[in-house]
Design a protein around this ligand. Structure first.
Ligand code: PA5
Length: 478
């Protein structure tokens, strides 16, 4: 079956019995009574969401249907994949994490060292952190004459992105000249507003839109995530088909029927009623580790809020943690199993890995290794996931398992949409606005001030006044 044909039916499963009181005890598990109690709030949140969507808001929900955009991106990407040897994505937070997650999930794990024909497109580099060592190394390793730069910023002004971009732009200009450099830049930004929009118009870059009215962390299914994914040869139609499948599956306002609302309810109940202030996401798949990074930002920035919708100080949020199975069984599980019982743990199980490795030759004379004779590594990982779920449950640590029959574009699309809706419902249940990030803006503005941006002079004085040295609390440094 092709990805597209199966993409329209949701295949994801959720097994949440280990997060229930029956499995881990009433002190740590959600009860059926709690789910019954929260059900009307979920239904009310759903009704509000539907009404807002019908009134033209919540436009992140429409992204999976933008087939015109997909056609545009695919046309651009098909040509660019042929033409360019290297591709640098420049963006940070919501402007890069979705693309990184997608390429990590869908492309070959060593894509950059594959032969170009097998790879199906340019090598892929990301400049998110303005770390001079990484930026210098990236600009030195790419072939600037054959490099496409995609700069992505919704606001069009984020300091890290603009600084990295200006560094890349000057490297391109020195290598190929001003006019050619401009042809090698594609900007993804607001269609009308912002500094990058102005620069793109001035210098004539090809542009793609960041949809207005959609927060950065919800833009993975727009040009922000889709363009880099298509440039790396990922099936973006499959991705959107999967998201549509999840959108259809999550049409109900019933907490037990709608998987996104069920997860939101479990997480928020665990957080607010059972003291689980942390949410660990632990896929048993290297390919899905980038997804946990993307989700970590989504859950943290959306729900970590000082003010409620009624403007009361609430300081809400559940700290998202990323872990990787089975590696973190040898690093974190000791803490999760025997440390403070303050976490809800979400395991992601893969039904069928895309490759198989079987141990065919266990050396004779070491009977303790016989159990590995004929063992398949995917099966080992699957059993480790089951074993971890069991061990956590035995220790009364609430956990649930998201089942992913296979890792493909449609499944990833399902996961993106599921997590987005779960997060929006999380906001409704916590009575906070899941959109906006006032806590991030404060640091962004202080950075502008410290870097001497015009208009931020007063803030600069304020920041400096509180950043001066205080010998009482400093160790070392002369
Ligand atoms: O989710 C968000 O809105 C943020 O994390 C942004 O994506 C991040 O701060 C980058 O912003 P911008 O796209 O404006 O450069």
């Amino acid at each position: 079956m092709s990805e597209q044909s199966h993409g329209e039916t949701s295949r994801l499963t959720i097994d949440y019995r280990n997060s229930m009181a029956d499995a881990v005890g009433p002190e740590h598990g959600v009860s059926d009574a709690m789910l019954d109690e929260i059900a009307p709030r979920v239904a009310a949140g759903h009704a509000r969401l539907v009404a807002e969507h019908e009134a033209g808001g919540q436009s992140w929900m429409d992204l999976p249907s933008d087939t015109a955009l997909v056609a545009d991106i695919n046309a651009f990407a098909a040509e660019a994949r042929q033409h360019y040897k290297d591709f640098i994505l420049i963006g940070i937070g919501g402007s890069s994490l979705g693309a990184i997650a997608t390429v990590q999930a869908l492309a070959h794990p060593f894509r950059n060292v594959q032969a170009k024909e097998t790879r199906g497109g340019p090598r892929f580099f990301v400049l998110d952190n303005p770390d001079p060592e990484k930026v210098a190394a990236t600009l030195a390793i790419v072939d600037l004459e054959q490099t496409l730069v995609n700069v992505v910023t919704k606001s069009g002004q984020t300091a890290e992105t603009m600084a990295n971009f200006l560094a890349a732009r000057q490297a391109l200009e020195s290598a190929v000249g001003t006019e050619q450099a401009r042809r090698q830049i594609v900007a993804t930004t607001d269609p009308k507003e912002g500094l990058l929009r102005a620069l793109a118009d001035q210098e004539g870059y090809r542009t793609f839109p960041v949809p207005p009215g959609v927060d950065g962390r919800m833009t993975v299914l727009s040009a922000v995530g889709l363009l880099p994914a298509a440039l790396c040869g990922c099936d973006i139609e499959g991705l959107l088909a999967g998201a549509r499948a999840m959108r259809s599956r999550t049409a109900s306002g019933d907490v037990r029927e709608n998987p996104a609302y069920l997860l939101a309810a479990l997480c928020i109940l665990a957080n607010t009623r059972l003291g689980k202030s942390m949410l660990v996401t632990m896929p048993y798949s290297d390919a899905l580790f980038g997804l946990t990074d993307w989700f970590r930002q989504l859950w943290a920035e959306s729900l970590g809020k000082r003010l409620s919708l009624d403007n009361a100080e609430v300081f809400t949020g559940q700290t998202p943690i990323k872990a990787l199975g089975a590696i973190d069984q040898h690093s974190q599980i000791q803490l999760y199993t025997e440390g403070p019982n303050d976490k809800l743990i979400s395991l992601i199980a893969v039904g069928e890995y895309r490759d198989h490795v079987t141990v065919e030759d266990v050396p004779a004379g070491i009977p303790e290794l016989d159990y590995l004779q004929g063992a398949e590594l995917g099966q080992l990982l699957q059993r480790e996931q089951l074993a971890t779920a069991w061990a956590l449950t035995e220790a009364q640590r609430p956990n649930f398992t998201i089942g992913v029959p296979a890792i493909d574009a449609a499944m990833l699309g399902e996961l993106f949409y599921l997590y987005e809706l779960q997060t929006v419902m999380g906001g409704a249940l916590l009575n906070v606005n899941p959109f906006g990030q006032p806590g991030v803006e404060a640091g962004k503005n202080a950075t502008y001030a410290l870097m001497g941006r015009r208009g931020y002079e007063t803030l600069k004085d304020e920041v400096l006044a509180k950043s001066g040295d205080d010998d009482r609390y400093r160790v070392g440094g002369g």
